[in-house]
Design a protein around this ligand. Structure first.
Ligand SMILES: C[S@@+](CC[C@H](N)C(=O)[O-])C[C@H]1O[C@@H](n2cnc3c(N)ncnc32)[C@H](O)[C@@H]1O
Length: 170
């Protein structure tokens, strides 16, 4: 069985209401980075280490449109697939508790994640060996609402290219 399969597979007994949680101990938050707060490795972390298993709050689509979109919380939400009463798919937003909301964006991310829609969890894991002192980042996609401090290739304002558009977390 593969590593990712084991995140959603036999490790979890879906008939049990009890969900095992795991967080890697070798992580710190640094508060004064160019990206604001960020998650960093305090020791080296091997590839495919589970970093955090985070519970999720799925927001109603109208709740998000009418309220959350007007607040800073919106910049911490993930796209979350849901189905309506007729089984039609929609994309809602979800607040991720735990470290999931603290990972900054990098185009070359070293953190991957797996969504468990049934149990409303996201599991984060290292995609590669990570050195002590390295920042742990996910990719938010290529439509960002902010200027990426890592990416010096972003065209300057006035180039007519609207790159800093909407956040897109998957
Ligand atoms: C989900 S939060 C990440 C945690 C955040 N840094 C904090 O201090 O709470 C997303 C916000 O972090 C900042 N951010 C994340 N990645 C960034 C990057 N590559 N360059 C600049 N700012 C970034 C942006 O302000 C973005 O709206």
């Amino acid at each position: 069985m593969g590593f990712l399969t084991s995140l959603n597979g036999p490790d979890y007994d879906h008939s049990e209401p009890q969900i095992p949680l795991r967080r890697c101990a070798d992580l710190v938050i640094i508060t004064d980075t160019p990206k604001g707060r960020g998650v960093f490795a305090s020791k080296s972390i091997p590839a495919r280490t589970i970093l955090d298993i985070c519970p999720v709050l799925v927001l109603g689509i109208e709740e998000n449109e009418n309220h959350i979109k007007k607040t800073s919380l919106y910049h911490y939400t993930y796209n979350w697939p849901i189905k309506d009463e007729f089984g039609n798919p929609h994309v809602a937003q979800a607040v991720i508790f735990g470290l999931g909301s603290m990972f900054n964006h990098a185009r070359y991310q070293n953190v991957g994640w797996v969504r468990d829609t049934e149990r409303q969890l996201v599991t984060y894991y290292s995609l590669q060996d990570i050195e002590a002192g390295e920042e742990l980042c996910i990719s938010y996609g290529d439509r960002l609402t902010f200027k990426d401090t890592d990416n010096t290739d972003v065209p300057s304002e006035g180039d007519g290219i609207d790159q800093l558009n909407q956040i897109q977390l998957d």
